[in-house]
Ligand binder design. Structure first.
Ligand SMILES: [Cu+2]
Length: 118
């Protein structure tokens, strides 16, 4: 009876470890903005439209559009990052705040988006 209980506890511990590992990996990947050319309306998407980051935490921008340079440009110009086609750029924000941003090259052709830094 005692041996059976010990085995059950051990199996529960292993199950917990395998369940939490993917969550830890996701955190290490850090906040990421993905830009796609969807061909819909508007044609270009920032995803997710609203993203959370910490002050000083690297924010990665991945541009999956094979043919266009896009940018992540805060409307108050706190940050302005160009992202060439099929590439990624990382930036940090040193001051907390909610920053609406646009693409400086297609100001009316992306969905509204914001980065909330705390
Ligand atoms: Cu753009």
């Amino acid at each position: 009876m005692l041996a059976g209980t010990t085995l059950a506890v051990a199996l529960t511990a292993i199950a917990s470890l395998s369940f939490t590992a993917p969550a830890i990996n996701a955190q290490e990947a850090g906040p990421t903005i993905t830009i796609e050319n969807t061909g819909a309306e508007p044609p270009y998407s920032f995803s997710p439209a609203q993203l959370e980051a910490k002050v000083g935490q690297p924010v990665t921008v991945t541009n999956n559009d094979p043919s266009g340079v896009h940018s992540v440009t805060a409307t108050d110009r706190t940050f302005n990052v160009d992202v060439p086609p099929k590439s990624s750029v990382t930036f940090t924000v040193s001051k907390a705040g909610k920053y609406d941003y646009v693409c400086q090259y297609h100001t009316d052709a992306h969905n509204p988006a914001s980065l909330n830094v705390s």
